[in-house]
Design a binder for this molecule. Structure first.
Ligand code: GLN
Ligand code: ZN
Length: 756
């Protein structure tokens, strides 16, 4: 039995890659220094994987592996092709764009970014059009193969498969599938060149095999692997992020020498795979969770693997379920977690140790690793029984929840009348999504407080001053519904996690989000409850400064869940319900404190959708239920808002409607309000604030632009139900452009009201 890995985190133990990239981009270090950091990181990664039989090569990237694939295949967008600087500079320009005045004449737009399957990693979307040609440039990969051989490991190059590569790209008014025949010769060339370098196995990733595929895509997979078969290397076809389900037969029918499957999320498919595995094929089981941070139950796993090993012998390989890109690097350096929590977890390096233990136990018998197995069993037992995980109060309360907890008393039209009486808002009310610019001043205040350089009083006073000037600005400008500006928050999920029981925060548990950007997801390890109010004091303060309503501002349970590492000992649905109860407590406390409008952001509701359509309904059912529990305990007089910053609603509009928020604010400006087609009168009955300008850009929208957008909106939604607001929060913007933009927004509302 052999072991291998699909990919190791690129960022380094201390986010060396991030620091090296950013200092290179600032012009502070040379390209050589950056290249050296890259080489050093790869070497370190291979060093800690050297116990494996095969080590991934090509998993490292200076920005993104999908972008690397585009470069390797010579598919470089025209706008970046003939620009100055080195190849690496052009590569970064494809990813990040370039603003005019960077010493270059033209502005170049950044590559589009989107989420890699259902992870929080973002890749640069390949661009295809009828003139797309490919031209293999595998120099970098071949160099890395050589580098790995010198480092004394057995390299297994990892490449993104041609079918998934096409699948992930965008093509306007053009059938990108037709490009396959141009693409295949490049892959054939690549395999031959790798074989010439003494490479035995190549891992070709086709994660699209865990999604719903129509016949065209299935046919393309067949065509592809027939074309690639019989080249001089062996192919391991890698699938991950879910079971193969209806694509299982297809996967087994492809002429490849090995198939890797996700045996964590796709555990149930394993017996079927084992019994149907063709004689010539190796089965690689991804048994160690590459998407979460908990220790593997090694003993139970060995019980399950032993008969499979007996049956398959050396045709069984073991690996993590997917690339470990999605978990933090090393638990050993962690200082933010206590020893008990640490004893329950495994980051990337620890997962390699687990893999090694499994291999030893299967190949040489369990006694040789008996002590380690016993320790593993103890840690798991301790976690199972820990009073830190199980809170009987939370369990008892959950048992009481019934449908009525998620229901408002009156239907929306009746509630709307009460809101009108109570709030007396004008036609086209104006508001913002919550955050105002997070200035240097705010960040340094927070840092000083964290470091103990200033006390709680000074910190609170400093933050209050920020809120005061934010409220004053909004009053001067004439916005109708104000916000406190979120100066007290570092991050919309972390802020709540830090105040809830059941969450822990690592100090170094970074995971790459895109390019040099890393996130440190909260770790949700136990039953969730709210020991005390989390936001009431700030909102009450902000409200005390104005006669106008100030929105209470919360993050919703689904978003908190989707942006955290969550427990694996109960369903996501149950965990989500627990968070919902904690947020509900906060909502009711805000209401009690006199807050008349409360917004619950669900920025990540859509991205939590399962990869398979037939699982959407189940997810949406519990996700919407959780939102309803969190939100709908309020009195009819209270106006409940939600916010979602994306612009695809057609396929989830029923679920959005069931949430029954009085007002939903959404991203709309980039689609010129076309997204509102999903919200037409019959589909969505409540109020909507379609974002009238894009907050990702520093451009100030003109009054005309906003008026035009709102007129478009009013063609689809009766104006009595429309609000005016930006696409999303303003925390990444600067004050000058924020002021100009919001002045124009208020001006536009006046124009529209006068014309009404
Ligand atoms: N209230 C948050 C803000 O304004 C919402 C952020 C988001 O939707 N991503 O920053
Ligand atoms: Zn948003």
């Amino acid at each position: 039995m052999k072991t291998h890995n699909l990919g190791f985190p690129r960022i380094g133990d201390n986010r060396e890659l991030k620091h090296a990239l950013e200092s290179y981009w600032r012009g502070e270090t040379s390209q050589n220094e950056l290249l050296e950091t890259g080489a050093h990181l790869r070497k370190n990664n291979w060093e800690c994987q050297k116990e494996l039989d095969y080590v991934p090569v090509g998993d490292f990237s200076f920005y993104d592996h999908v972008l690397d694939t585009s470069w390797m295949l010579g598919n470089i967008p025209a706008r970046a092709q003939k620009t100055g600087g080195s190849t690496l500079d052009r590569y970064f320009r494809t990813a990040r764009g370039q603003s005019a005045g960077d010493g270059e004449d033209n502005q170049i737009s950044a590559g589009e970014m989107t989420k890699w399957f259902d992870t929080n990693y973002h890749y640069i979307v390949p661009e295809f059009d009828p003139s797309t040609e490919f031209c293999l440039d595998d120099g970098s990969l071949l160099d890395q193969v050589q580098e790995a051989q010198k480092a004394g490991v057995n390299p297994k190059p990892v490449v993104l498969g041609p079918v998934t590569y096409l699948f992930l790209g965008k093509a306007e008014n053009f059938d990108k599938k037709t490009l396959l025949k141009k693409l295949l010769p490049e892959y054939v060339g690549l395999l031959n060149r790798l074989a010439a370098r003494d490479v035995e196995w190549v891992q070709i990733d086709e994660p699209l095999l865990v999604t719903d595929l129509d016949n065209d895509w299935k046919h393309m997979l067949k065509q592809t692997y027939q074309a690639l078969a019989n080249e001089s290397v062996k192919i391991m076809l890698a699938t991950y992020f879910g079971p193969l389900d209806d694509n299982l037969d297809l996967a087994l029918s492809l002429p490849v020498q090995a198939l890797h499957v996700d045996a964590v999320r796709g555990k149930d498919q394993v017996p079927d795979l084992v019994s149907r595995l063709p004689e010539h094929m190796v089965l690689s089981l991804g048994v160690i969770d590459g998407r979460n941070i908990w220790k593997t139950d090694l003993n139970t796993l060995l019980d399950q693997l032993t008969p499979i090993h007996d049956q398959l012998g050396d045709r069984l390989w073991l690996a993590p379920s997917c690339s470990m890109l999605h978990v933090p690097v090393d638990l050993e350096i962690e200082t933010g977690l206590d020893t008990e929590l640490l004893s329950w977890m495994a980051f990337a390096r620890q997962k390699l140790v687990e893999l090694d233990l499994l291999a030893k136990a299967l190949n040489q018998g369990r006694t040789i690793v008996a002590a380690a197995l016993e320790e593993n069993a103890k840690a798991l037992e301790n976690r199972k029984k820990s009073p830190r995980i199980h809170n009987p109060g939370v369990q008892a309360r959950l048992a009481q929840v019934d449908d009525s907890w998620g229901e408002r008393n009156l239907p929306y039209p009746e509630r709307a009348k009460r809101h009108k009486e109570k709030l007396n808002l004008p036609l086209y009310p104006t508001t913002t999504i919550g955050s105002f610019p997070q200035t240097k001043e705010i960040r340094s205040l927070r840092l000083k407080f964290k470091r103990g350089q200033i006390g709680l009083n000074d910190y609170t006073t400093g933050i209050r001053d920020q809120m005061k000037s934010t409220i004053e600005f909004q009053e001067e400008t004439g916005l109708d519904v104000l916000v406190h500006g979120e100066a007290e928050r570092n991050d919309m999920v972390e802020y709540f996690g830090e105040r809830l029981d059941g969450f822990a925060f690592s100090r170094y548990g970074w995971v790459q989000s895109y390019g040099s950007r890393c996130v440190k997801p909260p770790i949700l390890f136990g039953d969730v409850s709210r020991p005390q109010p989390m936001t009431v004091m700030w909102i009450v303060y902000a409200q005390s400064l104005s006669e106008k309503p100030v929105k209470g501002m919360l993050t919703g349970p689904v978003t908190i869940l989707n942006w955290s590492f969550v427990r694996d000992d109960q369903s996501r649905a149950d965990t989500c319900r627990q968070i919902a109860l904690a947020i509900r407590d906060e909502v009711l406390d805000l209401e009690k404190a006199g807050v008349s409008i409360i917004q619950i952001d669900e920025a990540a509701l859509r991205e939590g959708l399962p990869l398979r359509k037939n699982q959407w309904e189940e997810y949406l059912n519990w996700a919407v239920e959780a939102f309803r529990i969190a939100a709908n305990g309020v009195k009819d007089e209270t106006q409940l808002h939600t916010h979602m910053c994306y612009s695809e609603f057609n396929d989830i509009i029923d679920a959005i409607t069931r949430m029954d928020a009085d007002v939903i604010t959404i991203e709309a400006s980039r689609s010129n309000m076309e997204i509102l087609n999903a919200f037409d009168e019959t589909a969505y009955p409540n109020e909507i604030g379609p974002g009238v300008y894009d907050i990702h850009s520093p451009n100030v929208p003109s009054v005309d632009f906003i008026v035009t957008n709102m007129k478009e909106a009013a063609k689809r939604i009766p104006r009595e139900r429309l609000w005016i607001n930006p696409d999303c929060g303003l925390k990444t913007r600067s004050w000058p452009e924020t002021k100009e933009s919001l002045k124009n927004l208020v001006e536009a509302a006046k124009v529209l009201r006068a014309a009404a």
